[in-house]
Design a protein around this ligand. Structure first.
Ligand code: NAP
Length: 191
């Protein structure tokens, strides 16, 4: 599956490099439109193109890589119809989510898509570096409510050289991956 990325900042570019490691084509988008991304895309190299958010959202796997307070605006009005959405965001606010995880809220915003939380626990710098380290593979944590969607995300990261660990559903695993929770910032190598 090709990868669309909404958000072309630090994390979006790190995910573009990860998808390229996995041999996938990438369409990247922001709110200012394709013309604003010419320099970014030429730095990323062949295999990455610019598009509108709608074009990025029509890929089989769509990464949401925008600041938490921009997520709603970034995904609003797009056509969500079975895509796998990787929620790579972190909610740094102290807002009360009323017992829900931030990825469950994202899933509500992209109803019709299948959300997998991934790529949010590592810094962009670590995520985009070679995942084959010290004779092993860097661990990427994933959570989600749809088994097939998780399999697609596991395949993406495994093809890029990572070792994936499935933590369960968005409520349980998603909670462990959130900021201020046990796996935030943890950089493990599976030997
Ligand atoms: N940086 C990290 O190390 C890191 C690590 C883990 C997770 N994360 C998470 O990843 C997310 C992005 O962080 P970042 O560091 O990459 O931020 P960033 O460098 O500020 O980039 C944000 C990107 O989102 C785009 N954007 C903002 N509003 C948008 C909208 N409405 N529609 C489409 N694109 C929009 C911005 O472009 P325009 O303003 O031009 O639209 C920009 O390309 C955050 O939720 C963060 O918590 C970041």
């Amino acid at each position: 599956m090709d990868v669309g990325i909404i958000g072309a900042g630090r994390l979006g570019q790190a995910m573009a490099r990860t998808a390229m490691r996995a041999g996938r084509s990438v369409v990247t988008a922001n709110s200012r439109g394709p013309d604003s991304l010419t320099t970014v895309v030429s730095a990323l190299g062949e295999g990455v193109s610019v598009g509108t958010a709608g074009e990025a959202a029509s890929a089989g796997i769509v990464v949401v890589a925008v600041p938490w307070d921009r997520v709603s605006a970034a995904v609003q009005g797009l056509n969500w119809n079975g895509q796998v959405v990787i929620d790579a965001t972190n909610d740094w606010t102290a807002e009360d989510l009323q017992g829900r995880t931030s990825s469950e809220l994202v899933a509500d915003l992209v109803a019709g898509a299948r959300v997998v939380k991934a790529a949010n626990t590592l810094s962009a710098e670590v995520l985009e570096s070679d995942p084959q380290q010290a004779g092993g593979r860097r661990v990427i944590f994933i959570s989600g409510d749809d088994a097939d969607a998780k399999a697609e995300v596991v395949a993406l990261f495994q093809n890029a050289g990572f070792a994936a660990i499935d933590l369960g559903d968005l409520a349980t695993g998603g909670a462990m991956q959130q900021i201020h929770h046990p796996l935030a910032g943890v950089n493990l190598i599976r030997l």
